[in-house]
Design a protein around this ligand. Structure first.
Ligand SMILES: [Zn+2]
Length: 90
């Protein structure tokens, strides 16, 4: 007569995490690709799962970058000198 139901709180939560874990690297990579770091974000999502996606979102928020017109390197939008090829920007 004993039905072992009613205490599936933790199990359900863990199940949800495991279900979304495989898409986390893809999600993180798509976020990271906007700031030119798709591979790093992909690995972060693969290793940390949902946490890696959150980190990718947070790091892309304040990590605004511009692209150097000369060497296509990523530089700060406020930079006056490209750190890669040392060309004056703007
Ligand atoms: Zn440059």
């Amino acid at each position: 007569m004993n039905h072992d139901g009613g205490s599936t709180g933790f199990g359900g939560c863990l199940c949800l995490v495991m279900a979304i874990w495989p898409i986390c690297p893809l999600l993180a990579a798509s976020i990271g690709s906007r700031k030119g770091d798709a591979i790093g974000s992909f690995l972060m999502g693969a290793l940390l799962g949902p946490l890696g996606v959150i980190l990718a979102v947070l790091s892309s928020g304040d990590g605004e970058t511009a692209t150097c017109p000369h060497c296509r390197g990523r530089v700060s939008p406020k930079a006056r000198l490209c750190k890669h090829c040392r060309t004056a920007l703007k």
